[in-house]
Write a protein that binds this ligand. Structure first.
Ligand code: KDG
Ligand code: MG
Length: 405
């Protein structure tokens, strides 16, 4: 069997996605997700110009060798664009292998370790009351874990809240350049503990709660927040600080027992090696699309398991249903799976382009037994939804200084 043709497909069914289709000389094909939100065309060009020509004629069954060729074989290795491109190839090859073997990918990874996949949903709101109403709705729908994000008074919106946006999962294309949002660490730190205090007062401790700081605090500020949140028993605090210095998390750890999660912007194990081996984190949030595919993330999970670190893959709506399906196969296998971020595939446009093997009920994802990843991509329908340039926002402190979004 040989790789005969590869298509790089960019479409925007509600938001932009980059999809790779690897077609073999026997007609079997595999799909991969290569979406990097706000930088979609960079990955498409990387694939088209630098990856696709090297793969034509190769044996698609040699997943490990092809991965090493694209990673180790490239002098300019790592980084989000390169690793998303490699990830898409890797996912597509696992998809092909599964279809040829007539087995779902999770069987090739080692089989099921659990019945279903626990997810966490998002409760957002402009006020604490609205955020908690949203939490109440999700509890009624059966969610066991929920992330709480609330507009900070005086800041007119912050990460994870809707503000004046449309639906959270939709492309925010009505802006030609990155919008700017204000940030104040003191306003945030004075407000967030109250959100969690009120959540516990209203709903008790039977629901697990998560919060995403989105890397806006310094390590000592994160430690301060962690201590303030300790009474409310979070499942984890996400992206408390940037981890360019991996020792940042030791600083946080020395001061608080709040469990820590990080990893959605990580591209390789090297971004997390000390965080894991020093046991300064509890959950690794690396996604299959942004860290080179199933092949390396499986190795990361095995390494993390040695240090009691669980996997909680990034599951924002800017990862396509192909990534979500690949992560479902991975999650149902991973011995050290923790929780999956998932807010559903709400839009009709999205569902008209992608079909997937996931069934969502009571806060759990169930996976069917279709061979391969079980996903498909309707190329004809997708032509109705052209790429639409869209940026993530940038953040400035109230005095104008640029800060982490
Ligand atoms: O493209 C950026 C988003 O994926 C990111 O901001 C979402 O932090 C995020 C999360 O936890 O889902
Ligand atoms: Mg996050």
């Amino acid at each position: 069997m040989k790789i005969a043709e590869i298509k790089v497909l960019v479409s925007s069914p509600g938001r932009n996605f980059v999809t790779l289709k690897v077609i073999t000389d026997e007609g079997v094909y595999g799909l991969g997700d290569a979406t990097v939100n706000g930088r979609e065309m960079a990955v498409a060009a990387y694939l088209e110009e630098h990856v696709v020509p090297c793969l034509i004629g190769r044996d698609p069954h040699q997943i490990e060798d092809i991965w090493q060729y694209l990673y180790k074989g490239a002098y300019w290795r790592k980084g989000p664009i390169t690793m998303a491109a490699i990830a898409a190839v890797d996912m597509a090859l696992w998809d092909i292998k599964g279809k040829v073997a007539d087995l779902p990918v999770y069987q090739l990874l080692g089989g099921k370790s659990r019945k279903h996949i626990t997810t966490y949903g998002h409760a957002n709101g402009e006020t604490i009351e609205k955020t908690l109403d949203h939490l109440g709705n999700l509890i009624e729908k059966g969610f066991k874990v929920v992330r709480l994000q609330c507009v900070i008074p005086g800041l007119g919106g912050t990460y994870g809240t809707l503000g004046k946006k449309k639906n959270y999962e939709e492309l925010q294309s009505d802006r030609p350049l990155p919008p700017e949002q204000p940030w104040s660490t003191s306003k945030y730190l004075n407000f967030i503990p109250d959100l969690f205090r009120q959540a516990r007062e209203r709903f008790g401790y039977n629901i697990q709660l998560v919060h995403d700081v989105h890397s806006r605090l310094t390590p000592i500020e994160s430690a301060q927040l962690g201590k303030l949140l300790e009474p409310y028993n979070l499942m984890f605090l996400e992206d408390a600080s940037i981890a360019d210095n991996q020792s940042n998390y030791q600083t946080i750890r020395q001061h608080t027992t709040v469990p820590l999660a990080i990893g959605e912007t990580f591209n390789t194990i090297w971004d997390a090696k000390e965080l894991i081996s020093n046991q300064s984190i509890d959950y690794l949030r690396t996604s299959i699309t942004h860290a080179g595919g199933i092949t390396p993330v499986k190795k990361m999970a095995n390494f993390a398991d040695l240090y009691n670190v669980k996997m909680a893959p990034h599951g924002a709506p800017d990862l396509s249903p192909i990534c979500h399906a690949a992560q479902a196969h991975f999650n149902i296998w991973a011995p050290n799976f923790g929780v999956q971020e998932f807010i559903g595939f709400g839009s009709d446009k999205l569902n008209s382009v992608f079909t997937h093997p996931l069934h969502f009920e009571n806060g759990f994802i169930y996976l069917n037994d279709k061979p391969g990843l079980g996903v498909d991509y309707n190329e004809e329908t997708a032509t109705n939804y052209k790429y639409n340039r869209s940026y993530l926002p940038v953040t400035r402190l109230e005095d104008g200084t640029l800060w982490y979004w």
